[in-house]
Design a protein around this ligand. Structure first.
Ligand code: NDP
Length: 314
């Protein structure tokens, strides 16, 4: 029996090396060309072509090659894991992924808090113009999505001395973090966040949650950091919010269309800092143990790690 990679946009060499390092006996294949399909028991996927996952009659597990599963749910022919005989769907949960995301967010927050965006603009004009520093205790950071990544980032930013609050679906107490949950507490959460970070999964409920109405509920001149998905942001609303000074700036790692088209207005916008979806990239060596562990669990008929409830969409 074998594993296949179905990830047309990704390089698989480092993944295969990582898995083979743990278990040199593994039979690992890459789509297309992974026949015979009956031998495939686990598929590692990232942006697979829709319908391909129905081609494997003995598939026991579909594993997202990242934390998000929106790329899986985009496939209308995704096998329903709740139906008997269909594969279980799992995602990757990894401390290194969380650490990398926390570092990116710390950098983005400090860049704004220490006003590097202002000094960068002054440098272009060759202007030596020191301004008053901002007050840390007033710089409340609001994190939308307090899951594996959001909670780790909240703790890291809190340790650095920033007041942090977070918003999630369900209620959960986290020491030192003011927690809000559900639609009913969203406005209260937004009214505090001078820096708004989006670390939500992309679902039907969260698509376009970063819109003008949301921005207008933040303290005036708040700063936006989006590391969730491009689909969370209504891009035209960000441009309006920046023009109208509802927001003072934004740092974006994810976009509606990736790679960001060359003629997109975000490239030239003086108030937007952007990176090419690199805030936290999956490290194959770090996640290989949980993949091999899930393969062994699958073979032993045991329940798998990091199962996804596709009804929740994350
Ligand atoms: P988790 O599933 O662990 O956490 C998701 C969080 O979002 C949970 O706190 C959940 O609430 C909350 N949530 C979901 N839906 C809603 C909603 N409708 N209203 C309020 N809260 C909601 O995910 P991760 O932390 O592992 O990852 C989050 C996302 O980060 C991924 O889905 C992916 O899109 C993105 N990501 C981006 C990367 C990048 O490089 N830019 C890298 C990796 C991930 P509750 O806790 O109550 O369930």
């Amino acid at each position: 029996m074998a594993i296949t990679f179905i990830c047309p946009e990704n390089d698989t060499i480092s993944w295969i090396t990582a898995l083979k390092t743990l278990d040199p006996t593994l039979d690992i294949r890459v789509w297309p060309g992974d026949e015979p399909k009956e031998e495939i028991e686990m598929a590692l996927t990232w942006k697979h072509p829709p319908g391909t996952l129905t081609e494997y009659p003995n598939l026991g597990c579909i594993c997202s090659m990242g934390a998000g599963i929106d790329h899986l749910l985009a496939d209308p022919l995704l096998p329903d894991p709740d139906l008997p005989g269909n594969p279980t769907i799992v995602r990757l949960v990894d401390q290194r992924l969380a650490d990398n995301m926390s570092e990116y967010l710390l950098l983005a927050v400090l860049y704004h808090f220490r006003q590097f965006d202002f000094y960068q603009a002054k440098k272009e004009e060759r202007l030596w113009e020191p301004i008053l520093p901002l007050e840390k205790k007033e710089m409340v950071i609001g994190i939308m999505g307090l899951g594996q990544l959001g909670e780790a980032a909240a703790k890291r930013l809190g340790e650095t001395g920033f007041p942090v609050c977070g918003w999630r679906n369900s209620h959960k107490k986290i020491d030192g973090i003011q927690s809000f949950h559900g639609k009913g507490e969203l406005d209260n959460f937004l009214s505090r966040a001078r820096i708004l970070i989006c670390l939500l999964p992309l679902t039907r409920k969260t698509r376009h949650i970063l819109n003008l109405d949301t921005f207008s509920k933040l303290p005036g001149g708040a700063y936006l950091i989006n590391v969730g998905r491009g689909g969370h942001l209504k891009e035209i609303d960000l441009l309006t919010a920046l023009d109208q000074k509802v927001l003072s700036g934004a740092c974006l790692d994810v976009f509606q269309s990736e790679p960001l088209p060359g003629d997109h207005p975000f490239w030239q916008h003086p108030k937007i800092m952007l990176t090419p979806h690199i805030s936290s990239q999956t490290n194959p060596m770090s996640v290989a143990p949980q993949i091999v562990s899930n393969l062994n669990r699958l073979r032993a008929g045991e329940s798998l790690l990091n199962r996804v409830d596709i009804k929740k969409e994350y």
